[in-house]
Design a protein around this ligand. Sequence first.
Ligand code: SF4
Length: 315
Amino acid sequence: MPITSIQAQCPHPGPADVDSATAVSLVVHKGRADLFVGGPCNNYCRVCYHGDGGPASGVMSRDEVIAALGTLALDGRVELLVFNGGEPTLRADLPQLVRAAKDLAFRSIRVQTNGRRLGYHAYARELVDAGVSDFAVALHGPRAEVHEFLTRVPGSFRQTVAGIRNARGLGAAVIVECVVTRANYRQAPEIARFAHRLGATALRFTLVRPEGRARALFPSLVPNVSLAAPYVREAVDLALGRGLAASAAGFPLCVLPAAAGEVAARRAIGPAEAGLSGGGVFGPPCAACRLRAACGGVHPAYAETFGWREFAAVD
Ligand code: SF4
């Protein structure tokens, strides 16, 4: 899909677009540009938003990526450029694409990855030398059995952890990204302690969304948000206390109020994360809620599954 102008589309814009089958290659939102360069993935995550027909499941050719970079550079409003997937590290030309972005004077260049190829030190170095400033690495558990239940690939935990260590050792920032599910919410504080021990610079929890591959599995993956919220709250507070930029997304404010420092942490993680989760629906408790304007609401698939009993207007 040739890109000649910036399209302000989002692959995760909210429930209204969950059914969209349109392939998305470029998303620009609040100073952040995500290039969905695509490609297959070497994990098979239950929580994947891209796999199995997710909105960003196409593949960009090298020429399309280079053209998009040129368009974005000319526009001049992009503060953070993200090479997103599929799994971008499986593209043989990723270092060249990163270098092309660097040559176009993009200052913050992120690779969104499962982190496994970064476990090869020479490869991690190649990307950092090409110009990657930070990696956003999916880590869904503090131990192999939890992480690999969700990735469904034996050995993926060890490689991802090695990748985070390599990236930090090379001086790149690392955002640990954890999708919150029934399988891992109780381990959220342990994930925060583990991310800190690995030297991560930021930690982001996101409630699983019914998109891509996660869509069919959503009823068995999504936890009751009121059960998960105390664990995520503890984890975010713990991480903030240890100096990580930490935040949680996808939780309505009545079950998980934003912590002091969390909005600033969202900005540190990326301009597009500065807002609340957004895109949800509002139910009977929301009518009199003073936080309604700031709240992202509740995903309709969640409300359909669990109803509104967990939510209460905030006076
Ligand atoms: S009651 Fe509704 S509007 Fe208020 S915080 Fe909860 S979900 Fe958001």
